[in-house]
Ligand binder design. Structure first.
Ligand code: HEC
Ligand code: HEC
Length: 318
């Protein structure tokens, strides 16, 4: 009997030591770094591409990077009490040290595809857009380098991330890792191939699927269509005051999706945020004011091909 008790005491002691060592490793040893590369990308200079880049950067990057000075100077992205700890988006204005002056165009492109910063650290799964085409990425980078006031050098210097124990453990154990990008060019389908183009806009260019599937945590960044609850909504997206707003079901479900809408109503909602029933959507849903009829029509056509899912989602916001 005594022997067994002694055995358990040893066992418990060893288990505690292993646990403590593991916890110390997670908490105190440096986070891993990953391969950084520089992609070879055409950066356009014509005015139409710059305007397109501005639209994409403000809609897409602006959602997280728009700071209090009205520039892309960074802001708090998750709070100290949130699951992954205190994380700020960074200053991505043209400032030579505090902004992206340090980055080459190719390094910026690598970060956007893989999620790895130029210092080799992971910027996070939320920071990468594996499916944005080379052309659209070139337009975004051209805009970030432009004289537009939104990217004029800002002195803002947001704090470095203070990851929670959970986030550190997920990074160290390899659950959070760079996206598998092989460095190959990413083409976008021609607008004449309406369904393919619509799918590109939803999964690549505007990343509607990110907010509109079940949860950021279960989204499949590599194969967006395999995300849990693809486009069926219910994802709590934080507004500026960190209040969750559930995303809407945008599958063609007649009950809870956009099944009973017309294309014209859909376009009006996307551009101005006004639903067919005259309810104004939360500002968390971007206003795609500059979207062309061609883009809206392609997104609409593609959404009709997505399986209708009868999930009640954003109606809870009413
Ligand atoms: C969902 C939120 C989100 C979106 C959307 C987003 N970012 Fe970020 N970004 C972040 C956060 C948070 C960080 C900081 C991560 C860190 O500190 O490790 C970051 C970091 C960066 C960095 C690294 C800067 C540095 O100091 O190394 C660059 C560059 C960047 N983002 C550019 C962009 C661009 C360009 C876009 C649009 C195509 C974009 N981001 C879209 C949240 C976002
Ligand atoms: C940053 C997150 C985010 C992105 C990106 C986003 N949405 Fe939304 N969307 C929301 C949220 C949240 C709501 C619900 C707002 C509310 O109920 O007030 C919403 C609502 C909608 C609605 C209204 C549906 C209804 O039944 O009320 C439509 C349509 C829509 N989004 C389509 C799109 C499309 C198409 C795209 C891509 C071009 C897109 N969204 C990108 C977050 C987002």
């Amino acid at each position: 009997m005594k022997k067994i008790a002694r055995f358990f005491a040893y066992f418990l002691g060893i288990a505690l030591i292993v646990l403590a060592a593991g916890a110390a490793w997670v908490q105190f040893s440096p986070l891993p770094t990953f391969e950084t590369r520089s992609l070879n990308l055409d950066i356009p200079t014509d005015p139409a591409s710059l305007t397109h880049g501005r639209d994409l950067a403000i809609l897409h990057c602006g959602h997280c990077h728009l700071g209090e000075d009205g520039k892309l100077s960074g802001r708090m992205f998750s709070r100290p009490q949130d699951a992954f700890g205190e994380i700020w988006s960074r200053n991505i204005t043209r400032h030579p040290e505090k902004g992206i002056g340090r980055y080459s165009d190719g390094e910026l492109a690598w970060l956007m595809r893989s999620g790895v910063k130029r210092d080799g650290h992971l910027a996070g799964y939320f920071m990468s857009s594996l499916h944005v085409s080379d052309h659209d990425m070139g337009c975004i980078i051209a805009f970030l380098r432009s004289n537009d006031p939104v990217v004029a050098p800002s002195e803002s210097d947001p704090p470095q991330p203070r990851y929670s124990f959970l986030a550190r453990a997920l990074i160290k154990l390899g659950a959070f890792k760079p996206l598998p990008y092989d460095g190959m060019p990413v083409a976008e389908p021609p607008a004449s191939d309406k369904l393919a183009y619509g799918k590109y806009l939803v999964t690549g260019c505007y990343e509607c699927f990110g907010c509109h599937s079940k949860s950021f945590e279960t989204n499949d960044m590599v194969n967006p269509e395999k995300s849990e609850g693809y486009l069926a909504g219910g994802n709590p997206v934080m507004d500026e005051d960190f209040k969750p707003v559930l995303s809407a079901n945008i599958t063609p479900s007649n009950l809870f999706g956009i099944g009973s809408w017309t294309e014209a109503q859909f376009g009006q909602t996307l551009r101005g945020g006004l639903r067919p029933d005259q309810r104004m959507l939360s500002p968390v849903m971007p206003r795609f004011a500059s979207m062309s009829d061609e883009e809206i029509s392609a997104i609409w056509a593609y959404l009709q091909t997505v399986p209708a899912t009868d999930t009640r989602a954003a109606m809870a916001n009413q």
